[in-house]
Design a protein around this ligand. Structure first.
Ligand SMILES: Nc1ncnc2c1ncn2[C@@H]1O[C@H](COP(=O)(O)OP(=O)(O)OP(=O)(O)O)[C@@H](O)[C@H]1O
Ligand SMILES: [Mg+2]
Length: 249
């Protein structure tokens, strides 16, 4: 038990180091890409406005614009990932945040054959979190689960308080294909994705990891190939360095 916990702490430390250096690199690259990308968009638009072009050329230029737009949104995601924005920490009802997040996506086609189960402790004390960032974390994990199940299966959302009443746990579990052991070590790495190009950037879980870590919490995953995957988020009820509302970094 103690050994397993030590190993888990070690993995978390290693991951934190890896994230810090990749974060710096990502920020640098993203900044440098922003200007030329703006230039590509601007000059393409100018050419389209100034000249009467054959249909084929307009089609090609529109594709350049679309691709440049996609690059810009990846750069934006990278910057959010790398930049540590201030946290707006306030006591929040985690169950409400979970319910609001799932209701945002439940009506989408991808969720039509997914049964959502909720199992929430009553009551769960308010947890000091940045509500938008926590929604982002839950959303990323829920969408990953729906993707993994390919739109069919069970999604369970649970929330409970630790026996010592010092932590709140959130679990998001799916009945998808599971994640093989060798891949488990990589899923929190920025840009690790098994999705086809254009479908995923591989930033979802690394951003979730960063956000939970910023809250003084922990995130881990348990998965069995063929049975499913569960992400567990552990949040402190009174993080030591986060006293007072509106705490920034
Ligand atoms: N619930 C899950 N079941 C199976 N595999 C998963 C699950 N969640 C994540 N993964 C694996 O982890 C990879 C990384 O996930 P992550 O959210 O970081 O990136 P992504 O979903 O591929 O892309 P993005 O989130 O940027 O759109 C996924 O591509 C997938 O292979
Ligand atoms: Mg994702």
């Amino acid at each position: 038990m103690v050994k397993a916990e030590l190993e888990r702490t070690n993995v978390q430390l290693l991951q934190a180091e890896k994230m810090a250096s990749i974060g710096e690199l990502a920020a640098g690259v993203a900044h440098q890409l922003n200007n030329p990308l703006g230039g590509i968009t601007l000059f393409t638009q100018l050419v389209m406005e100034e000249y009467t072009l054959p249909k084929g050329a307009v089609k090609g230029l529109n594709r350049i614009l679309d691709n440049a737009k996609r690059c810009r949104s990846i750069v934006k995601e990278l910057l959010t990932f790398a930049r540590k924005t201030d946290n707006e920490i306030h006591p929040q009802d985690i169950k409400v945040i979970l319910s609001q997040t799932i209701s945002l996506v439940e009506d989408q086609a991808l969720f039509q054959n997914i049964a959502v189960h909720k199992d929430f402790d009553e009551p769960v004390p308010l947890v000091p979190v940045d509500v938008q960032k926590m929604k982002h974390v839950f959303m990323n994990i829920i969408l990953n689960a729906a993707d993994a199940m390919d739109g069919t299966g069970n999604l369970s959302l649970s929330c409970w308080v630790s026996p010592k009443k010092d932590k709140v746990f959130v679990e998001i579990a799916d009945t998808g294909p599971g994640i093989p052991d060798d891949m488990l070590l990589k899923i929190f790495d920025p840009f690790f994705t098994t999705k086809e190009p254009g479908k995923g950037t591989g930033l979802g879980l690394s951003l979730a990891y960063r956000i939970v870590e910023d809250h003084g919490g922990k995130i881990y995953v348990e998965s069995t190939v063929g049975l499913g995957t569960a992400f567990v988020i552990e949040l402190l009820l009174s993080p030591p360095d986060m006293e007072g509302p509106g705490h920034g970094r």
